[in-house]
Write a new protein. Structure first.
Length: 395
């Protein structure tokens, strides 16, 4: 992060750390360097802060945004909307966000907290349906004076933001970290792994790395099962149209900003393996990431265990960078997260604590206490906590 005083929160966009994922690498018998680009440490909490800032500033330069009049309208799965709402709160523009119903309540709450108007749309609506988040945004843009859609799906400032910021940050971190006998490094980005939604992230980072740093870098894009972005097309046929829970990646159309020629390999991931990878990142590396970060890690591990990736996995010093797009802030009410947080098997330490606290009154006069890790549902646990908080507050 910049060390000087910033003019506003937009100065805190990007500048995120590249962190070693050594424990996960060891658990998977990887000899390469496994590195995570941790985007939830950006000011607005996700990788999409970068494109929101870039699109707003470009529209201002081009005279498309008029102070005191323009209304920014954007269809989004949430994070781009949050970035835009943050930027527009600072700059004084009104914001309308259209958001599919599947997206988390936390995203809607954050958008409203930043002053945005939020319209929910049917998740099952095809992208070109007038009822979809894209269709509703287009209607609002036609009927609201000074309404403007910055359009992350077609706006070239989307991939450009990553070509000019995210990619160079990754390159600088890898190049400036010297190789040592204990931590060998090629001092190059050998593999870049990122999920694909609009495709701007993977496209822009790939361009930065291949143009200016390492033309031989292998770019791996992650696409959830049920999405149609991956190539070759037969990767999508087995699960075409299948609903998936993970948010922020995958689509039922190919956005204009996704340049699939920049991608060397596509990997499909399922919800279950994505959420398992989220748990690994939390429990092993202490990183409170969201579901699409789990997809990126799960896809990276699949690639490194495949015939195409095993030589890299077994080569000390090779650098494999995984883009971790956002944090758990947006998903804490989601059943998949509550299962990770509240329904995991009790640890040996939990059993020991429970045994101590359930014993009969000891010589010090201590009395038994309920078990510390009961297998109760997250909803029941949260209700009991809420009840305890209410009792405490009223007494």
């Amino acid at each position: 992060m910049p060390s000087q005083i910033l003019d506003n929160a937009l100065g805190g966009v990007g500048h995120t750390p590249l962190i070693r994922l050594d424990k996960i690498a060891k658990a998977n018998d990887l000899k390469c360097n496994l590195l995570g680009k941790v985007e939830f440490m950006s000011a607005g909490g996700s990788v999409k802060d970068r494109i929101a800032k870039a699109m707003v500033e470009a529209a201002e330069r081009d005279g498309k945004l008029i102070a005191g009049k323009s209304v920014v309208i954007e269809p989004t799965s949430g994070n781009t909307g949050i970035g835009l709402a943050m930027a527009c709160a600072i700059k004084g523009y009104s914001v309308i966000i259209t958001l599919p119903n599947k997206m988390s309540l936390e995203k809607e709450a954050l958008l409203r907290a930043l002053g945005a108007e939020v319209i929910r749309t049917p998740t099952e609506a095809a992208w070109d349906s007038p009822e979809s988040h894209i269709g509703v945004a287009n209607r609002l843009q036609r009927e609201i004076p000074y309404g403007i859609i910055l359009d992350q799906y077609r706006n070239l400032n989307n991939p450009l933001a990553h070509e000019l910021t995210t990619g160079p940050e990754i390159i600088e971190a890898v190049v400036s970290t010297p190789s040592t006998s204990s931590r060998p490094s090629t001092e190059k980005v050998d593999v870049m792994v990122a999920g694909a939604g609009t495709g701007g992230t993977v496209t822009g980072i790939a361009r930065a790395i291949k143009k200016t740093h390492n033309a031989e870098c292998t770019v791996v894009a992650i696409d959830p099962k049920g999405s149609i972005l991956a190539q070759p097309e037969n990767l999508n046929t087995a699960n075409n149209g299948e609903a998936y829970i993970v948010e922020g990646i995958g689509y039922d159309f190919v956005p204009d900003v996704l340049d699939r020629s920049e991608v060397d390999t596509w990997i499909k991931t399922a919800d279950e393996e994505s959420f398992s990878a989220v748990q690994a990142l939390m429990r092993s590396e202490g990183l409170l990431v969201g579901g699409s970060s789990g997809s990126a890690l799960a896809g990276a591990l699949k690639f490194l265990k495949s015939d195409a990736g095993k030589d890299i996995a077994n080569t000390p010093g090779k650098n494999v960078v995984v883009l971790l797009p956002d944090g758990i802030r947006n998903y804490m009410s989601k059943p998949w997260f509550l299962k990770i947080a509240m329904e995991s098997e009790p640890s040996p330490l939990a059993h020991t604590i429970s045994k101590i606290l359930q014993t009969k009154e000891n010589s010090n006069g201590d009395v038994p206490i309920a078990a510390v890790h009961e297998n109760v549902s997250p909803s029941n646990r949260m209700e009991s906590v809420a009840g305890a908080q209410t009792f405490t507050a009223s007494h």
